[in-house]
Design a binder for this molecule. Sequence first.
Ligand SMILES: Cc1ncc(COP(=O)(O)O)c(C=O)c1O
Length: 395
Amino acid sequence: MNDHPNLPPRFEPPRRALLGPGPSDVAPSVLTAMASPTIGHLDPAFLRLMDETRQMLRAVFGTDNAMTLPISGTGSAGMETCLVDLIEPGDRVLVGAHGVFGGRMAEVARRAGARVEAAESPWGEELDVDLVRRMAKAQPPKVIALVHAETSTGVLTPLGPFRAIADEVGALLVVDMVTSLGGLAVELDRNGVDAAYSGTQKCLSCPPGLAPISLSPRAVAALDARKTPVGSWYLDLSLIRGYWGSERAYHHTAPINMLYALHEALRLVLTEGITAREARHRALAEALWAGLEALGLELLVAPAARLPPLTTVKVPDGVDEAQVRRALLSDFGVEIGGGLGPLKGRVWRIGLMGHAARWENVALCLSALSSALRRQGHATPSDAIDAARQAQQMT
Ligand SMILES: Cc1ncc(COP(=O)(O)O)c(C=O)c1O
């Protein structure tokens, strides 16, 4: 006899096309991998999976860094790991802040006891290289931290100029790659990145729950030279490496089935190839941009600074942006995102990430937006799908 007669029915998620800022659609084989039987976190078969996962992560990150592994937790856990492991109380940290996630990095660094300075640029624009250089030279920081792919604004920041500044002042370069890893060639070693973190739920097209990170030998040396213990026990890489390294020392119980999922997701990324994957994300983004402009919509970010996996579109005057998102979800099963912070109510955020970056999703999104806008009396001038198809063929 059931003691809880009012138990809810088994949860059946609705079918959606996840075209927001994340999570993105998960490839079927990743979901299948996740549903495989759970085994022990010290089972020899699992240890093999761990080694293969690290090897594939290095390839996707474009690095030979020995310290490359997935942290148990979402992207923010990756952010926190890189910052709390490298920062000691009183260290100076210079953060590039032109969106939500740069702001979050500054807050995490502050909580780790750093003296934080934020180099602020307007949201929707590139980080100001001259400002970062001036600030870094005035008070040389131990760490320069920035967001490669700002999901809150849709801006992609080139890393080269900031590596050069870090070299000029002898700083470590810490980069948020939550929305670039798996969608763009991030090339840690070529770009001289000292610590990078990501999340599984964006261009890697895995469910949320793991945060791949990678630390250069220089960053590992900084970790080893600490005078104070890392402020977080759970995110202390000097302990976590004991489990991921040859000792296999217990630290915490690995999220086994999430790691099955990541292993399969990385296999899919590398089967496609990073270059082909970047080209796919860019071609579909170009198609989306052309289609949106054909609908009479304006994009927030200038073409040269646009982030292919995440597009920010300005909400036209007189349109109820939340109503448009609700119509997309209820009539088409399409999820897109709204704006954050100062962009709240002013933009939509459309993601084309990983498995979701497909032509049919571009067409679906444009048709759905066109329908929702027309219903609010906003004329949509030309055939967006034709414009999108032409742009895609040109790339
Ligand atoms: C650029 C960026 N950094 C960090 C995060 C935080 O990741 P999570 O929400 O997985 O903790 C996100 C999440 O959207 C992000 O887009």
